[in-house]
Design a protein around this ligand. Structure first.
Ligand code: URA
Ligand code: CA
Length: 433
């Protein structure tokens, strides 16, 4: 079949068959279909959209473009969680040991990625000695033994998606819901997930800033998962302000430890309990969300969740004593408070801009080559709805450099204070099954 015929078919609103999609993705992966034809196809999809069947077929074609991880030697239903990204999102660090402690097997493949802070792996590497360079056999053995392990992402996972995402980035076709949904779902399925819990963020700090868009993306991903035999649930959660208080790598590990101990920020705790309950139900460890939640709360209260985190860190070379002595984590040389210039109530904390402030400190990666400073970041002392007095600290800056003027400006710019009381925004704003 000629690629140009597939492009004109989609351009004119036609539906591509499974065969046509396989041939397109196969040809693009092996280089026989050039970037310029794939660009035209991506633009045609951008304007015409895709039917539910097309999206599912595209997802599976991308899954089969490279290696797929076989987790069949791990007993139980493997449930993976994916977040569409946000600012200061510490959920994976908390959720993985938390759900593992009640019997949900967690075989997590994770990346580094670009962003305001590092990815889950970067954060975990702030624990001295911890590493994810383990072979597949060890990975599976650790999950079977401890219920939890994290491995770095294989380079050969969904190569079609890698190539297509790069192309979309420079052709104005990133923002297409069917393309985003199949991109995300293909990676989860290729990494071996039997079932998937999605945390789709909405608000200023999210990829999908509008609620309606986030809902569309969530429904689209849930539909794909269910069509290809992976039970999928999506939670829509608020990212109009950063999640939890800490934004930074070691700072978020500390925040995760606090949360596993039961003394973490309320919003982070709540989101972890919500996502964790869905994971436990999909894994068959609990028969209802309510039952699952009770198990998770119990595990935090009796210390099993924290114990699981220690076991996990130690099994991958990490110094588990950081859990009881977090001062052993990388610590920044300087701390600066950010005193409020006004009295009133916190009305907004622009998440995206706060993320950029953390990035200026060196907490994140602007390009693949950038080096991350694991110690630096920002800890918020106020969230939307809190009252504040003049001179009271809004946040602490953890820096390895005294030149923080730009960071300070960004933080003040991000936090708006008003005289009238403000209700804190609801955290979990929807659910799609
Ligand atoms: N994240 C992905 O993994 N893929 C997209 O297309 C967009 C965001
Ligand atoms: Ca956080």
């Amino acid at each position: 079949m000629r690629t140009v015929d597939l492009i004109t078919k989609k351009r004119d609103g036609g539906e591509l068959t499974e065969n046509e999609i396989n041939s397109l993705i196969g040809g693009y992966t092996d280089g026989s279909i050039p970037d310029y034809q794939m660009s035209a196809m991506a633009m045609a999809i951008f304007f015409r959209g895709m039917t539910p069947t097309e999206r599912a077929n595209l997802t599976m074609a991308m899954v089969h473009s490279g290696e797929t991880i076989d987790l069949s030697e791990i007993s139980g239903i493997k449930v993976d969680k994916h977040s569409t990204g946000g600012v200061g999102d510490t959920t994976t660090l908390v959720l993985a040991p938390l759900v593992a402690s009640i019997g949900v097997p967690v075989a997590k493949m994770s990346g580094r990625g670009l962003g305001h802070t590092g990815g889950t792996i970067d954060k975990l590497e702030s624990v001295p000695g911890f590493h994810v360079e383990i072979d597949n056999e060890t990975f599976i053995e650790l999950v079977n033994r401890n219920g939890l392990a994290v491995i770095g992402q294989s380079d050969n996972l969904t190569p079609a998606d890698k190539k297509l995402y790069g192309l979309r980035d420079v052709t104005g076709t990133v923002n297409s819901i069917p393309l985003i949904a199949s991109s995300i779902m293909s990676k989860k399925i290729a990494s071996g997930a039997d079932a998937i819990v999605l945390d789709v963020k909405t608000g200023d700090g999210a990829f999908m800033k509008e609620m309606a868009e986030a809902e569309d993306l969530a429904s689209c991903m849930v539909d794909i998962g269910n069509r290809v035999g992976r039970r999928t649930v999506a939670v829509l959660s608020d990212m109009s302000q950063p999640l939890g208080n800490a934004i930074g790598n070691a700072l978020e590990v500390k925040e995760a430890i606090d949360t596993l101990r039961g003394v973490g920020p309320q919003d982070l705790t709540e989101l972890c309990l919500t996502l964790g309950s869905h994971m436990a139900v999909l894994a068959g460890v609990a028969s209802s969300k309510e039952e699952a939640r009770a198990l998770l709360e119990q595990s935090i209260a009796d210390g099993s969740a924290l114990e699981k985190f220690k076991t996990f860190l130690a099994a991958q070379g990490g110094d588990a004593s950081v859990v009881d002595e977090p001062e052993r984590l990388p610590t920044a040389k300087f701390r600066f408070e950010v005193p409020s210039k006004e009295a009133g109530f916190v009305a907004t904390i622009a998440a995206e801009n706060m993320g950029l402030a953390a990035m200026l400190l060196g907490a994140g990666r602007a390009t693949k080559e950038s080096k991350i400073d694991l110690a630096v970041g920002i800890v918020l002392h106020k969230k939307i709805g809190d009252s504040v007095r003049i001179g009271e600290s809004l946040a602490t800056i953890h820096a390895n450099n005294e030149a923080i003027q730009d960071v300070l400006v960004k933080i003040y710019e991000s936090i708006r204070i008003q005289q009238q009381m403000v209700a804190p925004p609801p955290l979990v704003v929807g659910e799609v099954k």
